[in-house]
Every structure is written in C-alpha cells, then in structure tokens.
Ligand binder design. Structure first.
Ligand code: PRX
Length: 631
C-alpha cells in the first residue's frame, strides 16, 4: 500500500496533493486495488448538482478486494475472530481462505434462490459470523445489502423492508445478547405479517439459539439445509464503480429514517484508505471494533475496511457487561487485541464499574485506541487513556457519519498528534468549512459554526434510496454547493476540529442516532396523546438522554407512561425509549405554532436561570408550569 501515511510530513504532502491534484491523488490510490476495467474519470459531478461520481466506467467487485486479493499472501492468516456471547463457548476463527469459501457458498445459496445483481437483501441478524458472511455474499453477487440492527422492532423492520423492497430476508432463529435472548425470527414474522403483501420471497433462517420457531412453508428455509449444499465456487459479479453496494437506514431531523445509499468503488477506496491510515496496523496486529454490523461502524470498520487491508478483525456477539463488566478487557487479553475501537458511551459505562475488572486483565498488547459515535468527554478520555491505554496508546477520536461512509476527521494513530476531545485534522481529500448563521464560510482560524464539507470525497453517500429530492434537501441545499453534516464544530488556533454535537433535531443516545420526530410519531400512536415534544438532555452514561413532554387527553390514566414506553418499543425499539416523561398541560409555542425547543432543552437540562426571550410565546406562563413539574 503505497498510500500509507507514515509521518506528519507525509500527511501534509498527501493533504496538499489531495487539494491540488485530486484526480491524480485518488487515481493513484485506486490503482492499488483489483479492477476488471479501469475507470474513465476519477471524479465527476458536483455536490451542487447532487450527482457526484467516482471512478465512473471502472469495473470491479469489492469482495475480490476484501478476499481473493489476499489468497496469495494471507490465505492462512486469520481474517475473522468470532467471540461468542457466552465466554464458555469457544471462539471461532476464519482464515482468509475459509472466509472466502464461506462467502462464496453463501453467495451461491442466495443465487440458488434467484437473488441477483441489483436485488435488495435485508439482513436482520444478531452478531454472528453468518451476518458478516451474508454482507459479503450480497456484495459478491451484486445484491444490495440492507442490514437492520437486531434491536429494532417489527414495525421498524417492516418499514425498512417495504422501503427497499427486498427480495430476500436473512435472520436468525434468535440471538444471544448478554443474559437476554432476542427472538429475531418471531419479530421478522410479525414484520412480514404486518406488511401483508410483501416483496420478500424467501426468508433464510440461521439457527443460533435453537428455540422453537415457526417456519412458513414455501417461504422460510433453514440456512443449514441449503448452505452446506451450495458450491464454494462463486465467480464475483462484475460491478460498475457506481453500482449500489448497500443501503443503511439512519435517522434524520424529520420524518421516517432514510435509506443512505453507498456505491461500490468510492466506498471501497474510502473504507480501505481511512482504515489503513487512521489505525496504522501492522501485519501481525489484531483489531477489534465493538460496534454492531447493524450500524455504519460495523459496515466500514468491522467488515470492509479491515478486510480490504488484509487485517484480522474481531466480531463480538455480546454486550460489555455480560457476564460482568470485565468482558471487554477479558476479550482484549484473550485474543491479544492490539487495536481497540469503541464508543464513548461504553467507556463511560465501564469507567463507572469497579477498577478491579480492568486490573485483572493483561492489556499490554494494546497499541491504539479508537473512539466513535459521539463527542468523548474529558473524563472518559482520561480514563480510557490512563486505565486502558496505560498512557502509551494514541487515541484516535474519529468523527464521521453513516452518510460519509468512513472517517472524515481524525488523528492518524502515532502519525499525527491527538488532542483530548478533538477529532483534530481532516483526512486527505476532506475539506471542512465552518458556516455562520448567514451561510457564509468563516475564514478565521479560531471559530465555531456549522460543519460543512466543500468538496466531494469518495465515500460520500450518493442519494437516499428512492428519494433523491430528500437527499438534495437534507444535505446539499442548506449551504448550497457543500455537504451539510448537521453537526456543530469548533476550530482551535492550530486548525484542529472539535465536534460539539448535532445542531438539528437528531439525538445521539449511547452513540445511536435517533430523530426526535420519529419518537414523537411513535408516541403519537398512543390514543391518549394529544401532542408531544422530544428533546435531548445531558446524560452521564448515554451522552444524551431522551426527555418527552406530553400533552395527554383528559381521560388519560395512570398506566399511560408505561404504555408510552411500550408504544415506542414496538414502533422503533428499546433504544428510543424516553428516559423521562413529563405530562404537561401545554407546550411553549410561538404564535405561528412552532414549539420553542430551546426552552424545553433548558428545562430538561435543569438550566432554569435564563430562558432567553419568551415574549413571542403564545402563552409565556406555560414555561413556569413546565419548569415546576420538571423531572
Ligand atoms: O453527531 C455526530 C456523531 O454521530 C453522528 C453520526 O451518527 P451515525 O450516522 O449514526 O454514525 C455514527 C458512527 C460514525 C455525527 O453527526 N459523531 C460521530 N462520531 C463522532 C461524533 N461526534 C463527536 N465526535 C465523534 N468522534
């Protein structure tokens, strides 16, 4: 990989080159991959016209780059380590050769069911190797994967199935997660029943738990009945550079979750380049990212990024606190993990536990620590650095989003300097700008504003599945000609970036993105809810907690709060359950009927001293009433 950056000077040179000569810069990097046909144009289209393309005319298959390419030199190297939920269960390892074979078999299994190029396949699974294998198997045959996090409800799953019109659904009978069992097949059945007429022709069920489930004749097939018979010889489908690779649904500030679409070549180059440069792994190193493949982090930094780099990647089925709060550190010790990537919420949760859990384990193999998903606060950073990294591991605070495909702003481990609570510097090819409220770029170095990206980068989303207008409206029209991230950001005197959090109505709860509108819609399903408003508030472990203000009908009853939690769980999933619910007689609305969320946020955060200008409120006295009843 001659694109690997090894020093601060090399970073500076690469950054300049990516600015001055982007086509040559990215063209050279792309040369290091396997192509069936070279591209005609490195980059075409603009953010302004919402038609960005990378490597147009090129032909390739991403799995040949993840797997086949390594068979010569790394055939017996471990590609994937699987650590089960139960520590007593033996870990599983797949070499590159074995993973290649498994992916080819799974690909043929899908093909035998009539799934092919351009078809959508929905994966609603727990964190078992078959999930990663299915992701790659889709890519092998050119099917578009849409992974739905196993914690989402039947209703949420149904919405995603309906939106992407998938032909095949793959699930587990059930999944292990800590002391709980999630009944995935049953939930999937409910989703399909809700939909009635559906695009789903078949459901492949992978047996993990062995519980009793119903199999619908003609539709449901056991993985173990067809996978063993499938051939391990599967030629990779030749894809165009801009053919869709996957859809991943994420929450926005309005409406239903949107299907972020990533395409093949640009995403591949971005996943590989960012993984290689941010984590700086050596051949013998072992990498573990604790995310779930149901989120973008698990797509880019458990699956594609590490495999494109020929690294050893680890998948963990369970949760950080099962059977006890030492589990993460025990796994690091057991598998001699060198590179560890997790979310601040996990760090904060584990930091609050007995320090013996950490001390018991040998963490001396660790070389690099990563953080992702939300701003990391100073206290958590200090603990992570001292107790886990023993002050010898660089911490990469990686800022990015589902839409960006991979990391945009981060230090490069051991190469560029980190700074506590700062994501620090943009990667080569990333050109950030801070915008003022009028939409002008703030030129001063030290500044705070809304974060935009001014030029296309290879890993950028191309559209929202089935709704290109929404894509334009959400990302490219707020600050015309640039990509708007939805995040606020501060730049210090040295030009380092610190992400301050969302500036729109999107919450970040335990590193999960949740739209306030989505939760409000869910709550609105309760028959006694007249109106609701959701805001975030600072939460010690989760980063943000969910605070719900609800106007209830007169005849509401005591069980209402419990029922609301149930409604949210069934409409979205347990991750979107409000932490606090306050029944209020009214909401602070302006004369034009707009809810003044600023005030609600202040009350939720217990900042009662200054509500700012409330004179435009229809009924200013409501503020005091809400404040008096606040939780
Ligand atoms: O607000 C930012 C926050 O997470 C949002 C993106 O969420 P999602 O698409 O679910 O992707 C999460 C994993 C990449 C961003 O808009 N965020 C992500 N990483 C950081 C962060 N905030 C601060 N620091 C980070 N390192």
């Amino acid at each position: 990989m001659d694109w690997k950056i090894n020093s601060l000077e090399e970073y500076a040179v690469a950054y300049q080159e990516s600015r001055n000569n982007p086509d040559k810069f990215w063209g050279d990097i792309a040369e290091s991959f396997t192509w069936h046909k070279k591209w005609n144009e490195v980059q075409s289209g603009t953010i302004k016209d919402a038609n960005v393309k990378w490597f147009e005319g090129g032909e390739l298959n991403i799995t040949e780059n993840c797997l086949d390419r390594h068979l010569e030199d790394r055939s017996d190297k471990v590609a994937l380590i699987f650590e089960a939920n139960n520590p007593e269960e033996e870990a599983k390892e797949y070499t590159y050769k074995e993973l290649h074979e498994a992916v080819c078999k799974a690909a043929n299994m899908m093909k035998d069911l009539g799934v092919g190029k351009g078809d959508r396949v929905c994966l609603y699974m727990s964190m078992v190797p078959e999930l990663l294998i299915s992701v790659l198997a889709c890519a092998r045959i050119g099917a578009i994967h849409s992974v739905v996090f196993g914690g989402f409800s039947a209703h949420a799953l149904a919405g995603r199935i309906e939106d992407c019109e998938c032909k095949l659904l793959i699930t587990n009978d059930a999944g292990f997660r800590g002391s709980k069992v999630t009944h995935l097949k049953e939930i999937a059945d409910n989703a399909l029943n809700d939909l009635g007429k559906t695009s789903v022709e078949h459901v492949i069920v992978h047996k993990r738990v062995g519980n009793n489930i119903e199999m619908k004749e003609g539709r449901d097939i056991w993985w173990h009945d067809i996978y063993p018979k499938a051939s391990s010889d599967c030629k990779a489908e030749v894809m165009n550079a801009e053919d869709p690779l996957f859809i991943l649904y994420t929450s926005g500030s309005t409406g239903q979750p949107k299907g972020v679409l990533h395409t093949t070549a640009g995403y591949m180059v971005w996943a590989a380049y960012t993984f290689g440069n941010v984590f700086q792994m050596n051949e013998e190193d072992k990498y573990w990212c604790t995310a779930d493949i149901g989120w973008i982090t698990g797509h880019t930094y458990i699956t594609y990024g590490p495999l494109l780099n020929g690294a050893t990647t680890t998948m963990f089925e369970g949760v950080p606190t099962y059977p006890d709060a030492g589990r993460f550190w025990e796994i690091v010790d057991k598998h001699k993990i060198t590179h560890f990537y997790t979310a601040p919420t996990a760090v904060r949760a584990l930091m609050a536990c007995d320090s013996e859990f950490v001390k018991k384990q040998d963490l001396s193999t660790l070389k690099v620590l990563g953080s992702v998903g939300e701003p990391i606060n100073a206290e958590a950073w200090n603990w992570y650095n001292k107790e886990i990294g023993k002050e010898k591991c660089p911490i990469v605070d990686t800022w990015w989003q589902t839409e960006t495909g991979g990391i945009l702003i981060s230090s490069l481990a051991g190469v560029t300097e980190g700074k506590r609570c700062f994501a620090t510097l943009p990667l080569p090819g990333v050109f950030p700008a801070l915008m003022d409220t009028e939409g002008n770029i703030i030129e001063e170095r030290e500044a705070e504003g809304n974060l935009c990206i001014t030029r296309p980068w290879p890993g950028m989303l191309r559209t929202i599945w089935g709704d290109h207008e929404r894509f334009k409206q959400t990302y490219t029209s707020a600050y015309p000609g640039t990509y708007f991230t939805g995040d606020g950001c501060r730049r210090d005197e040295n030009g380092l970036y610190r992400i301050t959090g969302r500036v729109d109505d999107v919450l970040n709860v335990s590193g999960h993105r949740i739209g306030t509108a989505e939760v409000e819609n869910a709550i609105g399903q309760h028959p006694h809810v007249i109106e609701s408003a959701i805001v975030g508030y600072p939460h010690d472990i989760k980063g943000q907690g969910i605070y719900a203000y609800i106007i209830a009908s007169e005849n509401h009853h005591e069980d209402m709060i419990k029922e609301i939690l149930e409604v949210v769980t069934s409409e979205i999933g347990p991750i979107a359950k409000p932490d606090k619910i306050q029944i209020v007689p009214g909401l602070p609305k302006t004369r034009s009927g707009k809810i003044m969320r600023r005030i609600l946020r202040k009350i939720a955060a217990k900042e009662f001293d200054n509500f700012g200008d409330t004179s435009t409120l229809l009924d200013p006295s409501i503020v005091e009433t809400i404040k008096d009843g606040s939780l």
